[in-house]
Design a protein around this ligand. Structure first.
Ligand SMILES: [Zn+2]
Length: 139
């Protein structure tokens, strides 16, 4: 059960939270409300493999700055993020090599779509990303 937070989450900007152990936690990324990330530390690096749809094609790529990266790629829909870097991206490219149309673009075949649905796990991609960033801050 999510309730309105007394203040926006400082990490992801969400406005809903969960009260746990006498503390408010962000409903999206689970950051403890009121905690500020250490301003002396650089933001943690979180590498993701992204799945972007443009018409009947899907681009499988990787970035550690997905907001900037995705803004530069023409697409209709972000389908999922998967935590991982270049090595995982290369593995996915090999796994779906038979669907490759060129570059990092693949045919939106049911096998690829099933993989993406499993990766997404029903969680909106940016919510999942916010959670990984919060986890990285906590480490
Ligand atoms: Zn949050």
């Amino acid at each position: 059960m999510d309730d309105p937070l007394p203040q926006r989450c400082l990490l992801c900007g969400a406005t809903a939270g969960i009260r746990r152990d006498g503390q408010w936690h962000c409903a999206v990324c689970d950051w403890r409300v009121g905690d500020a990330p250490d301003p002396d530390l650089p933001p943690p690096r979180v590498d993701v493999v992204y799945y972007l749809r443009w018409r009947e094609r899907i681009k499988i790529g990787t970035s550690h700055r997905p907001r900037q990266r995705l803004a530069a790629i023409l697409h209709e829909e972000l389908l999922a993020f998967e935590p991982g870097d270049r090595a995982l991206e290369q593995r996915r490219h090999r796994e779906f090599a038979d669907l490759r149309e060129g570059g990092e673009w693949f045919t939106a075949d049911p096998r690829l779509l099933a993989h993406i649905a499993a990766v997404a796990g029903g969680i909106p991609p940016w919510d999942a990303y916010a959670r990984w960033v919060a986890d990285a801050y906590r480490r």
